[in-house]
Ligand binder design. Structure first.
Ligand SMILES: Cc1cc2nc3c(=O)[nH]c(=O)nc-3n(C[C@H](O)[C@H](O)[C@H](O)COP(=O)(O)OP(=O)(O)OC[C@H]3O[C@@H](n4cnc5c(N)ncnc54)[C@H](O)[C@@H]3O)c2cc1C
Length: 409
């Protein structure tokens, strides 16, 4: 059990990314305290947030390293093919996983299950102490430690503070790290449907003037829908009775997958892009959406967060094995150099895709339709996109190469 006041690392936010971070650090025998604002029972009985995450092959490998893959795999639907089309046009792009290997691009897994599985894993780790209902009152850092005090009077310190409190991070603000926030004026309507025809593991992205409609394969002949509209229009659609919502969705899907049944009420997620100006500050690093919140058009947001986890775990494990300070500036700079480029590139790609496709400007429509036809024939570029979807591109951290976290291990 960790020392009551001091641990090696403090993590603020025990969500999808914070809980994976704690579990990864524990595997390197680093002591961790997680301060989570939510109540423990709400995490264990997560409100179904409607979302089903596209988890890349690379993230699945991270889950294997963390020992949580077996329960997730049982509920995972492999993504075998991806089809991208412009509404009303013949042209489309078809990505077949067999062009880049035997494994699927990734898997569709319900968010609630990922969160609960990681929560259980984190709580079961030696050296991880999780404090729920944690309301942070103050943050303080100096040359020797990062300290956090809670409103209930408890205070904690560590060599390194990791901030994982999500896209609308209040801790980022308290640390004085500016962030660029862009309102897309789009809302993603998310729901699960059962359908008459099989999906054959195909993920479909249909571009409509107001935003993409994604139809993502799930187990048991179900699919997750991420249907993006302007925020005003989405509010009208979400206010409809369920049968009218289902009828509108069926029309938008043009009969693809046959008759539909809505499984539970749809949820609305207003979409924003958030990019922190820097990912590090004295003894502190931002991870997950607190550093980079991107458009869900490519289903890559939390995958970027898991890559942060793999990189940070490696840098901390290496520093630990060499007896170095875990909050040293050199480690933090290394993390920022490694992660910022990758996250910014993905952010720019998703932003451009959204701008190019989510509009009805006639010249752009012509260009993108011609572009889709040309793209379909550009095999090397298509292959690069497919590799990016698997998550195995760029400078890979050890966890993604199935190597021990530190070179000394
Ligand atoms: C519609 C939609 C679909 C998406 N689909 C995909 C997909 O298919 N694939 C994909 O990779 N990504 C997807 N994403 C992105 C993904 O959901 C996010 O990247 C992910 O939730 C980020 O995880 P996180 O842990 O960084 O933040 P969060 O999930 O926001 O977790 C933050 C945690 O911090 C806690 N917290 C907040 N404030 C405090 C505080 N002050 N003190 C203590 N704790 C605090 C919260 O309670 C929470 O537990 C999607 C996003 C949307 C909106």
């Amino acid at each position: 059990m960790a020392n009551p006041s001091r641990t090696d690392v403090l993590i603020i936010g025990g969500g999808l990314v914070g809980s994976a971070m704690a579990t990864a650090l524990a595997s390197a025998r680093v002591s961790v305290r997680v301060l989570e604002r939510g109540a423990r029972q709400t995490v264990y009985q997560p409100r179904n947030d409607g979302r089903v995450s596209a988890i890349s092959q690379a993230s699945a490998r991270i889950f294997r390293h963390l020992g949580v893959w077996a329960p997730l795999e049982a509920a995972a639907e492999p993504i075998l093919d991806i089809r991208v089309a412009d509404q009303g046009a013949q042209a489309h792009v078809h990505f077949d996983h067999r062009a880049v290997g035997d494994a699927p691009f990734g898997y569709m897994i319900p968010n609630g299950l990922i969160r609960q599985t990681l929560q259980e894993a984190m709580e079961a780790c030696d050296g991880v102490d999780v404090i729920y209902d944690a309301v942070v009152a103050d943050l303080d850092r100096d040359a020797f430690r990062a300290a956090v005090s809670l409103e209930d009077g408890r205070s904690f310190e560590a060599s390194l503070l990791l901030v994982a409190d999500g896209r609308y991070s209040t801790m980022r603000e308290r640390l004085g790290i500016p962030a660029r926030l862009l309102d897309y004026d789009q809302t993603a309507m998310v729901c699960t449907i059962r359908h008459a025809k099989p999906h054959h593991g195909v993920a479909v992205e249909l571009f409509q003037p107001a935003g993409p409609l994604a139809i993502l394969p799930m187990t048991e002949q179900r699919s997750c829908i991420v249907w993006t509209e302007t925020t005003a229009r989405a509010q009208e659609i979400l206010a409809l009775p369920e049968d009218e919502f289902t009828a509108m969705l069926a029309e938008a899907m043009s009969g693809y997958l046959g008759a539909l049944e809505l499984l539970g009420a749809p949820y609305g997620y207003p979409l924003h892009l958030v990019q922190a100006d820097r990912y590090v500050a004295q003894r502190t690093a931002l991870i997950g959406d607190a550093a980079h919140g991107i458009h869900p058009i490519a289903g890559q947001g939390v995958n970027l967060g898991y890559r942060d986890v793999a990189v940070m775990a490696e840098l901390v494990a290496e520093a630990r094995s060499l007896g170095l300070d875990l909050g040293a500036w050199s480690l933090l700079e290394h993390y920022q150099r490694w992660r910022r480029f990758d996250a910014t590139a993905m952010m720019a790609t998703t932003d451009i895709l959204n701008r190019l496709f989510s509009n009805d400007v006639a010249p752009l429509r012509l260009v993108r339709r011609a572009g889709l036809s040309a793209f379909e024939r550009l095999t090397p570029v298509k292959n690069w996109f497919m590799l990016t979807a698997t998550g195995f591109t760029g400078d890979l951290p050890r966890m993604l190469c199935d190597e021990p976290l530190s070179s000394a291990a």
